[in-house]
Design a protein around this ligand. Structure first.
Ligand code: GLS
Length: 808
């Protein structure tokens, strides 16, 4: 949109008056934030309504991205940017004596996701709107997002994240669009006189699902899509009151039970606990979403047989898997379709992304639990399973054991990934390696049955948030050097390659990096009280704390350097600042021990005069989207060191690269493709190959104790965990030692140790030559365009959803 500074000032003053009955000069920063936020929402509104009308007019196929997490980050900055009015607003506010940055800081970062999976959903939302793809999100409006992390005495403490305490300016509550979702009761098929079976569901509890819509603003293209998040509310006091009647106490506890459905986000990443409440959450937002989509479709007046041509529903990991039986239920029970036709429509509509091969993340629900909570849905799943098995009866070339292993229901469980694969027309992995592993390992038998369903869609990130917003100086340098076409066409970042040897560009890149490092150093000083030198190498690992991500390997290397510094007079190294940020799932004991270990190590190293400021170790608490926006532009080394085969893709690896950090990586997930893009001289690779890892796992691992006995560096490092050398980790040191030696080092930390050390040394040598380092940084930035989510969502649109992009 186009707006003059004068007009904006007028609008802003008017908004302030109508909201708070006061002048801008008399308002607090918080009031300024709300006035600006509501004003920006007004600006958005017109095109929001228009976008919906435009889609309708052209009969566009709509995509609905179903995800139990959307990790959006703050929206004021990105909305201003995408509307194309950020500079005007900034200038106008400056003239009014107001700093836009101060106002943006007021916004609470809604943590409605755990990590990569939720953040990917948010990046896709931005990129879909920005590319004119009619794509909307469907999820849960959690009252409490991911916990706030505090570090006390080196330990993680979790505090509730009440992000809705003040108003959320972006959402619009739509009570008139509420729908009812049914839980519990009894379901069966009743035989009729004519021999037909009628589904019956009685004694259910009805929960009201109330939608809250958030606009998803496309980049300078007038497209506004919708993120619909559902909140659970009590319907009316007399529906579903449990035995005991409607006494005040009963009603109150019933209300609490209902509202608990959308109360909190489960704080586990790549892991699941088979809790009833989680299954309730899943069916809740899925049923509300599918019911609404069907209703909207019917308003178009088209025959139901065309549903799959007008609607695509994407199942983001297995959490929304019940979308498949739910659509079947609606098409059959409510719309009267026959099974075969409902099944054809459902398969045409549904597609599924797998985000991990970790077995602990693969959801399976006990049949009894599903029978109790979702009796009608279970009947449908049983019928899908029965027909699946039956479809092989006549085929002689399929081994019955394959059918048993791939069936949806077996061993007393409903296997949600199997349901997704059988009920969808497309299954994709999130990086080339990951997809290959699915095809030849984890889902091999399915791949043999349905090779045509499998495809790869490597993840991507929105370069608008991760470059333009997070690193405005670098964005300005790019504009000046190669023009601004990369903003719309991220692959144009390639144009920068020509400047990799250019003195001016090199020194500008270095200057901007130093400015970002200085900013982060100030934050570290203010938050952690640690003085770090912006001229030291900033080596950063930020992500969820998980054994397979191997923050431990990083910490053990620091410990190795520390031991060398204090015992070996010959040892020298460039000064380095190691920065960590990571939340551990509250119940993940081992991960929390590693946090304590890193903090204890930092406490000791940072205060040991013998280290002479060569090493600083910083653990930044409460890592999330907002913090990432400050940390990533300041990084020089990006630690992507998961055990090969375990990280499906990773997305922070892409953000770091785009901001000019050099990746230190195993050949895992999307690191493989980063190497392909940037070329071997511009990335530092180490560690076991995929084949080695798979072979070791097949043969029951390796003998880590032998390594401990034969490599004196490993021995010194591990002994210092248990001999009191590192203070205050008696329990943690012992547990970590045992995990590596007695429990045989499941994630090959010691096996990769030697190769990691060598890689770290290579990295340091590269850093000594600033020309080479800057050249590498430029190569990384210029090769990062393919990792824009713009590229990814276009591949989804063309290859999976079959949707068009609307012209700007
Ligand atoms: C994850 C994977 O662990 C990441 O590697 C991946 O980048 C992300 C998005 O595809 O999905 N799976 C998961 O359960 N949490 C993730 O972050």
């Amino acid at each position: 949109m186009i707006i003059s500074k004068a007009q904006f000032k007028k609008d802003f003053q008017k908004k302030m008056l109508s909201l708070y009955s006061q002048e801008v000069e008399d308002s607090s920063n918080s009031e300024k934030y709300f006035a600006l936020g509501y004003l920006v929402k007004d600006y958005i509104s017109e095109n929001w309504a228009k976008t919906a009308r435009k889609y309708e007019k052209y009969g566009e196929k709509q995509v609905y991205y179903f995800s139990i997490e959307f990790l959006l980050g703050r929206l004021l900055g990105s909305n201003l940017l995408n509307l194309g009015i950020r500079n005007t607003v900034n200038d106008a506010l400056t003239e009014m004596g107001i700093d836009l940055n101060d106002i943006e800081k007021i916004e609470v970062d809604p943590g409605l996701g755990n990590g990569g999976l939720g953040r990917l959903a948010a990046c896709f939302m931005d990129s879909m709107a920005s590319n004119g793809i009619p794509g909307h999100g469907n999820g849960i409006r959690y009252k409490y997002g991911l916990f706030q992390q505090k570090i006390v005495g080196g330990y993680q403490i979790e505090l509730p994240e009440n992000w809705l305490r003040d108003a959320n300016v972006w959402e619009v509550r739509k009570p008139d669009h509420a729908v009812k979702v049914r839980f519990y009761g009894d379901a069966w098929m009743k035989p009729e006189e004519d021999g037909e079976l009628t589904p019956i569901h009685t004694g259910y509890q009805e929960v009201l699902a109330v939608p809250y819509d958030t606009p998803l603003v496309g980049y300078e293209n007038k497209t506004i899509n919708t993120l619909r998040l559902w909140s659970a509310e009590i319907d009316s006091v007399d529906s579903g009151i449990p035995a005991g009647g409607s006494s005040f106490r009963n009603v109150l506890s019933y209300k609490r039970e209902i509202e608990s459905i959308s109360e909190v986000l489960y704080p586990d990443d790549s892991n699941y606990e088979g809790r009833l409440l989680r299954l309730k959450q899943e069916y809740f937002f899925v049923s509300a979403g599918v019911q609404t989509i069907l209703k909207q479709f019917k308003e178009l007046g088209l025959p139901l047989s065309e549903f799959g041509e007008k609607v695509a529903i994407h199942i983001n990991d297995t959490h929304p898997a019940v979308a498949i039986p739910e659509l079947m239920r609606l098409l059959m029970d409510e719309e009267g379709l026959e099974w075969e036709e409902a099944w054809r429509i459902t398969q045409a509509t549904m597609s599924y992304t797998n985000h991990t091969i970790m077995s602990e993340a693969l959801e399976k629900w006990p049949i009894d639990m599903m029978k109790q909570l979702l009796p009608r849905i279970l009947l449908i799943i049983q019928e899908i399973d029965r027909r699946y098995r039956e479809s092989f009866v006549l085929s002689t070339d399929i081994n019955p054991s394959v059918i048993e292993r791939t069936a949806i229901i077996s061993d007393g469980y409903v296997k949600m990934a199997h349901l997704c694969i059988i009920g969808s027309h497309s299954i994709n992995g999130v990086a080339k390696l990951h997809t290959e592993l699915l095809k030849k390992q984890e889902l091999k038998e399915f791949y043999q049955l349905y090779p045509y369903k499998f495809n790869n869609k490597t993840n991507g990130i929105t370069h608008r948030r991760w470059l333009m917003l997070a690193n405005p100086e670098l964005a300005a340098l790019l504009d000046k050097t190669i023009g601004d076409s990369w903003r719309r066409n991220p692959q144009d970042l390639k144009l920068l390659k020509r400047y990799k040897r250019d003195d001016n560009v090199q020194s500008e890149i270095q200057r901007i990096k130093l400015a970002n490092k200085t900013r982060l150093a100030e934050y570290i000083k203010a938050k952690n009280g640690i003085t770090v030198d912006p001229n030291s190498i900033f080596d950063i690992q930020v992500k969820r704390l998980h054994a397979y991500k191997r923050q431990l390997l990083n910490a053990l290397h620091i410990l190795y350097q520390y031991i060398e510094l204090v015992t070996n007079p010959e040892f020298d190294m460039l000064p380095r600042t190691y920065i960590f940020g990571a939340k551990a799932a509250p119940g993940y004991y081992y991960a929390k021990e590693i946090i304590k270990f890193i903090n204890a190590l930092g406490e000791q190293v940072n205060n040991d005069p013998r280290v002479k400021d060569k090493i600083k170790v910083v653990f930044l608490e409460n890592y999330g989207v907002t913090l990432a926006e400050m940390i990533i532009p300041a990084a020089e080394v990006s630690e992507q060191i998961s055990t090969t085969t375990k990280e499906a893709s990773g997305t922070s690896n892409m953000k770091f690269m785009m901001n000019g950090a050099i990746t230190l990586a195993t050949l895992d997930g999307a690191n493989v493709e980063i190497l392909e893009e940037v070329g071997a001289p511009n990335i530092v690779i180490f560690g076991m190959s995929e084949q080695e890892v798979l072979n070791y796992y097949r043969n029951g691992g390796y003998n880590s104790r032998e390594l401990y006995n034969s490599d004196p560096r490993i021995k010194a490092v591990l002994d210092s965990l248990v001999n009191g050398f590192i203070k205050d980790i008696a329990t943690e040191g012992r547990d970590i030692f045992m995990s590596l030696i007695d429990y045989n080092d499941e994630f090959f930390v010691l096996k990769d140790f030697d190769s990691y050390l060598a890689a770290q040394k290579r990295l340091e040598d590269l850093y000594k030559d600033r020309f080479t380092w800057n050249k590498m940084a430029i190569e990384n930035i210029s090769s990062s365009g393919v990792f824009s989510a713009d590229v990814t969502v276009k591949q989804y649109a063309a290859g999976i959803w079959d949707t068009r992009m609307i012209e700007r």
